[in-house]
Structures are given as structure tokens and as C-alpha cells.
Write a protein that binds this ligand. Structure first.
Ligand code: IPM
Ligand code: MN
Length: 357
């Protein structure tokens, strides 16, 4: 890495506990920047529920154009109790993913030493896999509508859109990622080929066709219901799982629980050819908002993923080491309110570790 590296980061703290989590994540980011001699310029955007209630806008086109020009984006959380469900989720979060064509949602499921998992007898070596969730299509594409709305004969249609291009680029990313990760070299397609015989027929054909280019990767298939079962019973079977948008949404919440909870679960919305966006996956948690009790480690882990994308591998490792230390040595639990420390104290522990190691 050359001298004078400098990154421009767009920061969208968003709703609920998002700003508290993001504040600690930026503390870690600035600490590691100082340690590794690069600089980070933050530009904050007030997108979210408050702005929507004030102006009725979710994601102005001009903001999207500005966001395209950053090196990366850090997002806190989206979702406001005063706004009808769907408006911010679709109008802001999904719109960001779609407009920026962040076609991969990468969600690692890692059990750190010292963290309690609800899975009896499972250890850190058993829970270490990554879900590659398709992030722009499927049931999320917004295709469908109502007929005869509000009548007894009402029809609601919600269609799953699966394009060969969208499926293929997701699979290709998953194979490449599995190879780069270099662990078990096993890619599991999670689908439902026994019922969704159009959508997952396409996925399965593309999986085997693309898979021919990756003879070094073991190919496996599991139905989504079975995937849920194996994630609980034999999580050690998984290395990388690739799946569609809806199934990926569901199994990654399950994944977050087996790795110790939302307090540590991070994800990246990736556009490998464009600008990516990193976020703690836990949501805005209105009941904890402003209390300084939520766990900022998920947001800090999101920064770690961002640094890896920025090719600051050593900085990413420093963050990871700090997270590992804080979960094994300091905090009593990953759950909000039970950490034995406040949100800002956990952020300080991480930043101190980075500054002194
Ligand atoms: C997630 C969230 C979002 C999703 C919601 C808030 C739209 O649950 O990032 O997993 O369903 O993708
Ligand atoms: Mn989700």
C-alpha cells in the first residue's frame, strides 16, 4: 500500500439505534486509520425516518448520484416506528441496494471464542460459514400487485423474479468467494427445487454450468427447510451457502442467532464493480434507542468488512482482533443491556485495543 492513502466514506446513520452503532464503528475506523497511516473522510447523510417525516423523501435521486462517488458506504439501520412498514425499507434500504446494483449480500456467520451459542455442544470450529445472498431480485424485486383490492375477491400477487444474468453473477461471485476464502472449498446452493420448479430450476442449472469452471470447489445442494435444520444440527457442514434474496434474508437471521445474536452480525451489500455498503444486520431496535445499551460490535464488524474491500487487509485484521479480544475478555454477553458495559464503552474498548496493539 502506498503512502497517503485516503478514503471517502458516506455515512448513513439512519434510524433508531443506527446512529449509536455507527458512532462506535467510526471510532474504530478512525482508530485503525491512525494506526495504519491512512485517512478517512466521512460525509454524513441524514436519510431515514426523521427526514421522511419532515420532507416526505426517502432517497432523492441527487443523493444516489453523490453516493456513487464514494469509496464505500456505512449504514446504521433503517426503520422508524412513526413510519408505516415498507416505506423506508423499500423506499430507502432496498432502493439503495437496487440503484447501486449491490447484487450480493455477504453475511458471515462466525462463532467467536467466548461467545455463547444456543446450539448445545457446538464450538467456534463448528460455526464458521458465509451466506452469499442474491440482493437485487427474487421476491424483493417488487413485481406483482393487487386485483380487486379491498373486496372479498381480492387477489394479491408477489412474484419472484430470477434472471439468468442476476442468478449467474451471484453464483459466480459465490464460487470465486469460496475459492478466495480457501477453507473447506465447498459451495452449497440453498433452494427449493422440489416446489419452486421454475425459479430454482434456473438456479440449479446455472449452478452446475458455472460450477464446471470451478472444479476445485465441491458442489452441494440443500432445500431451504433442510438448510435451516442443518444450520442447527450440523452447522459445521457449511462453508459458503449461496441462495436467493428471500431465503437469504431468512437463513441469515437464523445464522445471526447461532453466532450469538444480532449484537455481532454484520453484512455487506456488495457491488464488486461499484460502490458497496456495509451494515449491522440487526435493524433499528426502537426499544433500545438512545439508551446507550446496544452492542456496537456488529457495526464494528461491518467496518472490518469494508476495510477488506478497500484492500486494507491489515486494518481489517486489527479490527477483528479487537472484536475477538473484547468478546472473550470484556463483555459478559452480546445482548443489548447485558454486556456489562454501555455501547460507547464497548466502542472505547475496541478503539483502545486498536490503538495499543
Ligand atoms: C435485512 C433486512 C431487510 C431485508 C429489510 C429491513 C428490508 O431484514 O437486511 O435482512 O429484508 O433485506
Ligand atoms: Mn433480514
Amino acid at each position: 500500500m502506498g503512502a497517503n492513502r485516503s478514503y471517502r466514506i458516506a455515512v448513513i446513520p439512519g434510524d433508531g439505534t443506527g446512529p449509536e452503532a455507527v458512532r462506535e464503528a467510526l471510532k474504530a475506523l478512525q482508530a485503525v486509520a491512525a494506526r495504519e497511516n491512512f485517512t478517512v473522510e466521512e460525509v454524513h447523510y441524514d436519510l431515514g425516518g426523521e427526514r421522511y417525516l419532515r420532507t416526505q423523501e426517502t432517497l432523492p435521486a441527487s443523493v444516489v448520484e453523490e453516493l456513487r462517488r464514494f469509496d464505500s458506504i456505512l449504514l446504521g439501520a433503517i426503520g422508524h416506528p412513526g413510519v408505516k412498514p415498507g416505506i423506508l425499507e423499500k423506499g430507502l434500504l432496498l432502493e439503495l441496494r437496487f440503484q447501486l446494483d449491490q447484487y450480493i449480500n455477504l453475511r458471515p456467520v462466525i462463532l467467536y471464542p467466548g461467545v455463547e451459542t444456543p446450539l448445545k455442544d457446538k464450538k467456534p470450529e463448528d460455526i464458521d460459514f458465509v451466506v452469499v445472498r442474491e440482493n437485487t431480485e427474487g421476491l424483493y424485486a417488487g413485481s406483482g400487485g393487487f386485483l380487486r383490492k379491498g373486496t372479498e375477491h381480492e387477489v394479491a400477487i408477489q412474484e419472484s423474479i430470477n434472471t439468468r444474468m442476476g442468478v449467474e453473477r451471484c453464483l459466480r461471485f459465490a464460487f470465486d468467494f469460496c475459492r478466495r476464502r480457501g477453507k473447506r472449498k465447498k459451495l452449497t446452493l440453498c433452494g427449493k427445487t422440489n416446489v419452486l420448479t421454475y425459479a430454482f430450476d434456473l438456479w440449479e442449472r446455472a449452478f452446475h454450468e458455472v460450477g464446471r469452471e470451478y472444479p476445485d470447489i465441491e458442489k452441494d445442494y440443500a432445500h431451504v427447510d433442510a438448510t435451516c435444520m442443518w444450520m442447527i444440527k450440523n452447522p459445521e457442514w457449511f462453508d459458503v451457502i449461496v441462495t436467493d434474496n428471500m431465503f437469504g434474508d431468512i437463513i441469515t437471521d437464523l445464522g445471526a442467532m447461532i453466532q450469538g445474536g444480532m449484537g455481532i452480525a454484520a453484512g455487506g451489500n456488495l457491488n464488486p464493480q461499484g460502490v458497496s455498503m456495509y451494515e449491522p444486520i440487526g435493524g433499528s431496535a426502537p426499544k433500545y434507542t438512545g439508551k446507550n445499551v446496544i452492542n456496537p460490535l456488529a457495526a464494528i464488524a461491518a467496518v472490518q468488512m469494508m476495510l477488506e474491500q478497500l484492500q486494507e487487509a491489515s486494518a481489517g485484521r486489527r479490527i477483528e482482533q479487537a472484536i475477538r479480544k473484547v468478546v472473550s475478555r470484556d463483555i459478559k454477553s452480546l445482548s443489548a443491556g447485558h454486556m456489562g458495559y454501555s455501547t460507547s464503552e464497548v466502542g472505547d474498548l475496541v478503539a483502545d485495543h486498536i490503538a495499543t496493539h
